[in-house]
Write a protein that binds this ligand. Structure first.
Ligand code: EPZ
Length: 420
């Protein structure tokens, strides 16, 4: 397993380009199942999860080709989808595979998708996905670890999910595009990735309004056509680099970043003492002093995102003062705390609340990544720690960050990937 070796204590300065959003790319790859015509996605991030999803679609019979010249463009044609199944072997490696369910069911009337099972950060059930599709008339049984769904044609329905669910909203929105009649999604997720998916679906001929709010209205159509769509920039990747500079100090320019998708994060980092300029498609972050401790409570968009919680915790570890971090979305998303403590951090966990007492310095050590965003938090911890830190199991990082070490080196960090 690959490791990252980082020598901390350096200021970060330079310029990087933010990649397309993982959490938009994954549902948008699945949206190709909704039409037999050619779908082209641009600005596709080079991520393990994207490769996994593309492989899953290919096993179903979707023709998927990446542009030869290394361009981040993928073309998909779902004209001959022989299999409507997402097998356990593939779903277990990436729970976002559940996103094929709504598209398969509404286009082909059948789907057999393995239950994702839990993951490191929580049980993460998919009961809301199932409930919503049943409200649209699907006949669904869960047997032998699989969701087996059938429907002659889904019918529009009014669906209120018990909680805000990002992929639940995306699955139901995709299912509704080819259903008969009107679907109203109440309590819908407002994340920019949901909005980007809606815009892609509208460009394919779907009738959708209200995306980006908690109430999305979809009127079903008989078919969708092909599209060429550019994937929205990854706000969590951008937020991760903003947080790294705010913690380590420096002056960095992030190109192809959307400040309007990061308002809660930018507010927090300004509160911590960073200077952040928001331009048209770029962000500049400067920090030249020890950050001030900032407390946060994660919540659904547009509040502070759970996917930035580990990164902010790493900043708080060396900040001036004490901070309280409350994680409201997932029940077990503090695993990075024990690893940060190996670097010398002082963190007390009580259920969903972490209290971080900032210390002057962290010292390098060997730590282990446990999940995608925890890895990002450990990278930030390593960047500010004295001496050398080795982060093990960075396959977690590779799932969601496109060439993280290359971008960090472009900012002057002393980081190398060590292949085991
Ligand atoms: C999406 O996961 C993201 N993944 C996650 O990003 C992100 O952390 C999460 O949304 C929250 O923003 C993708 O978009 C591929 P949820 P998702 O359904 O959709 C509960 C990353 O690091 N719930 O919004 O799976 C659930 O347990 C990943 O990029 C149910 O109980 O999250 C959680 O407590 C990690 N039943 C809460 O709702 C359901 O049917 C929010 O989950 C669905 C969800």
């Amino acid at each position: 397993m690959d490791k990252l070796r980082i020598r901390g204590g350096r200021r970060l300065a330079g310029e990087i380009v933010i990649s397309g959003a993982k959490n938009a790319a994954l549902p948008e790859l699945c949206a190709a199942l909704l039409t037999p015509e050619r779908v082209q996605l641009q600005n596709v991030p080079r991520l393990q999860d994207v490769a996994t999803m593309t492989r899953l679609l290919r096993t179903m019979g979707v023709v998927a080709e990446a542009a030869g010249n290394g361009e981040a463009t993928v073309t998909l044609v779902a004209a001959d989808v022989r299999s409507r199944e997402a097998p356990y072997e593939q779903v277990k490696t990436m729970r976002a595979s559940i996103l094929v369910l709504g598209a398969l069911l509404t286009r082909f009337g059948e789907a057999r998708v393995s239950l994702p099972g839990g993951c490191a950060i929580g049980t993460r059930p998919v009961d809301q996905h199932i409930k919503g599709l049943q409200a649209m008339g699907a006949d669904i049984v869960v047997e032998h670890g699989y969701i087996v769904a059938r429907a002659d044609r889904l019918a529009g329905a009014r669906i209120t999910t018990d909680m805000v669910t990002v992929t639940g909203t995306e699955n139901l929105m995709m299912a509704a595009t080819l259903a008969s009649g009107e679907t109203i999604l109440e309590n819908a997720a407002q994340e920019p990735e949901v909005t980007d998916l809606a815009e892609m679906l509208i460009a394919m001929g779907a009738r959708i309004e209200g995306h980006g709010t908690s109430r999305i209205r979809i009127v079903g159509v008989d078919r969708l056509h092909g599209v060429s769509h550019r994937i929205v920039a990854d706000r969590i990747e951008a937020g991760t680099f903003l947080c790294a500079v705010a913690a380590a100090g420096g002056d960095a320019l992030l190109r192809q970043a959307r400040g309007d998708h990061l308002e809660a994060v930018i507010d927090k980092l300004r509160e911590a003492g960073a200077t952040i300029d928001v331009g048209e498609g770029w962000l500049r972050v400067r920090a030249d002093a020890r950050p001030r401790a900032v407390s946060v409570r994660t919540s659904e968009y547009p509040s502070f995102p759970t996917d930035m919680q580990a990164q902010l915790m790493a900043l708080d570890c060396i900040a001036d003062g004490a901070a309280t971090i409350t994680e409201t979305i997932f029940e077990n998303r503090f695993m990075h705390a024990n690893e940060l403590a190996r670097l010398g951090a002082k963190i007390d966990i009580d259920g969903r609340v972490a209290v971080v007492q900032g210390v002057e310095r962290l010292s390098g050590a060997t730590v282990m990544a446990t999940d995608l965003r925890a890895s990002a938090g450990l990278v930030i911890g390593a960047l500010v720690a004295d001496g050398e830190t080795t982060i093990d199991r960075i396959y977690h990082l590779d799932r969601g960050y496109d060439a993280m070490e290359t971008k960090l080196r472009a900012l002057g960090a002393d980081v190398e990937r060590v292949s085991a």
